[in-house]
Design a protein around this ligand. Structure first.
Ligand code: SF4
Length: 512
């Protein structure tokens, strides 16, 4: 129990109930830093409830209850951290927390059942949860929002059973239980009449699976606002589809112009893309550091922060670029001082496939329990290319490329090159010796690659661990079950002993 990484058995803090035995002791300086950040999250939550709209929204929507677990969520996502790692997690993820609160405030202000600000509502363009906000950089007078992100995705991450009620609603309606829990939960929210009905118009992307398309269809019917389906090609590596994809993005822009009366502002868009490119460059710097023996910006901090940057902020918010630069400074400091995130690094891993929303903290456990360093994950690598900021035609092609490579589609669809080859190329660049492959039992997107993955991993001498889950339904594959699959491999195949034996098996089924 002290300031050194790994100095306290972390498994002993779990009680089998929601609260932990006590807060973690990380040495005086880091404990104080962590404690004040934790108080800060409570301040954000309390500050949020000082608005009458937010209180009304809180009482109106069942899913809002999950937000009370936010301070615990931050504890889970900083477990065992010290020094630079702790600061990067609190600062990066802290910005995401503030951003989501801002999003909720806007939603409740516009919501006819809460704030009912009609003028404000008429400026809102709704995007579905898989659709990057990037093109909204050309509409500085309009407001980009997504209702699925705060109602479904975030809830499932904050609280492991956060959307169980909605999945059950869908099953009661007659939809089979083997449908992916994400569209199932979204449909459940629609059936329970729990989506705020806001916005002037909506844009949805043609996501990669039938389940998601079903969810989008039902939502479009219940939102009752004009909806555009962005149909960018799935086979996004082919040159022949790029021109069509760019035209489709232009169609989405024209749709928003027609519905809102606004004109796409190219200068504002190019400014936004300059910021977006600068953010991508910071990310590439972090990846360069990750090629060395002292990676800094990595694991779940990198993953959750990057989703916020390329999905939600999309170059439109200077606060994210400022944060990127702060994180780079911290990462450089950690690298120069050779700071480590675990007391021993035994393996360097990539996590691939669709991760469990209810166990985003698994990479932290990997590091604390087994010394497996989670260098990067599949979704972090979604956006690595620059967007042209001078030539309109090229900018549209670049934007189309981004949308073709959106979350859910850039790796799980698009063929062998994107799903299999890309992974092993990252393994080579980042000196990876282990892949944690998530098997999302409700998603068939990557099922066809099973044999290819194993064959390629064997050829390259990469350890391959399959970890089964059901995205938003911990009842079908609990956090403990997921850890067991890793434990079994580590003990029986590698014959290793855990760094922290108290973390090898513990009960967190009742935790948030
Ligand atoms: S996780 Fe798979 S099944 Fe679920 S929405 Fe995404 S692509 Fe579809």
């Amino acid at each position: 129990m002290g300031k050194a990484v790994g100095s306290e058995p972390l498994g002993r803090l779990y009680t089998g109930k929601k609260p932990r035995r006590r807060r973690e002791w990380r040495g005086l300086k880091d404990t104080m830093y962590d404690y004040f950040r934790w108080l800060g999250y409570w301040k954000t939550l309390i500050g949020f409830t000082l608005s009458i709209n937010n209180i009304k929204g809180f009482l109106r929507y069942r899913w809002m209850l999950n937000y009370l677990a936010m301070p615990d969520y931050m504890d889970r996502h900083t477990e065992g951290m010290r020094g630079v790692q702790l600061r990067m997690a609190h600062q990066g993820l802290g910005l995401i927390v503030t951003d989501i609160c801002e999003m909720l405030k806007k939603i409740f202000r516009a919501d006819p059942e809460v704030g009912n600000d009609k003028a404000f509502n008429s400026k809102i363009v709704l995007f579905d949860e898989n659709m990057m906000s990037t093109l909204m950089g050309g509409f500085p007078n309009l407001i980009w929002l997504s209702v699925e992100v705060p109602a479904v995705y975030t809830c499932s991450m904050l609280n492991q059973t956060g959307v169980t009620y909605y999945v059950e609603k869908t099953q009661e309606y007659g939809v089979p239980s083997d449908v992916c829990p994400m569209p199932a939960a979204e449909l459940g929210v629609t059936l329970a009449d729990d989506f705020p009905l806001i916005g002037k118009c909506a844009v949805q992307c043609n996501t990669t699976c039938d389940g998601s398309l079903m969810g989008n269809g039902m939502e479009a019917r219940s939102f009752k606002i004009p909806t555009f389906q962005l149909a960018v090609p799935i086979r996004h590596r082919q040159e022949s589809v790029q021109e069509y994809a760019a035209k489709e993005v232009l169609n989405a822009i024209h749709f928003i112009e027609e519905q809102t009366g606004e004109t796409f502002d190219w200068n504002a868009f190019f400014d936004s893309m300059k910021r977006f490119n600068a953010e991508t460059r910071e990310f590439l710097e972090w990846m360069d550091l990750s090629k060395t023996d002292y990676p800094q910006m990595m694991g779940v901090t990198l993953a959750l922060y990057r989703y916020g940057v390329y999905q939600a902020a999309g170059g439109r918010n200077q606060a994210f670029l400022d944060m990127d630069r702060k994180l780079t400074k911290l990462a450089m400091k950690g690298w120069q001082e050779k700071q480590m995130a675990a007391k021993e690094y035994r393996h360097r891993c990539m996590t691939w496939g669709v991760q469990a929303a209810y166990y985003t903290a698994l990479p932290i456990w990997l590091m604390n329990c087994w010394g497996i360093v989670p260098i990067a994950d599949m979704l972090t690598t979604v956006s690595t290319e620059m967007v042209n900021t001078e030539d309109k035609d090229q900018a549209l092609l670049d934007l189309a490329y981004l949308y073709e490579n959106m979350i859910m589609r850039n790796r799980s669809n698009g063929g062998y090159e994107t799903g299999v080859e890309a992974l092993f190329s990252y393994c080579e660049q980042l000196r990876i010796d282990m892949v944690i492959m998530y098997v999302h039992m409700g998603c068939k997107a990557m099922a066809g690659y099973h044999g290819l993955f194993e064959e390629e991993a064997r050829k390259r001498g990469i350890h391959w661990i399959w970890v089964t889950h059901n995205l938003m339904c911990p009842q079908d594959g609990s956090r403990r079950d997921m850890r067991m699959e890793i434990n079994r491999y580590m003990r029986t195949v590698l014959r290793e002993e855990p760094l922290d034996p108290s973390l090898e098996d513990f009960d967190d089924s009742e935790n948030w």
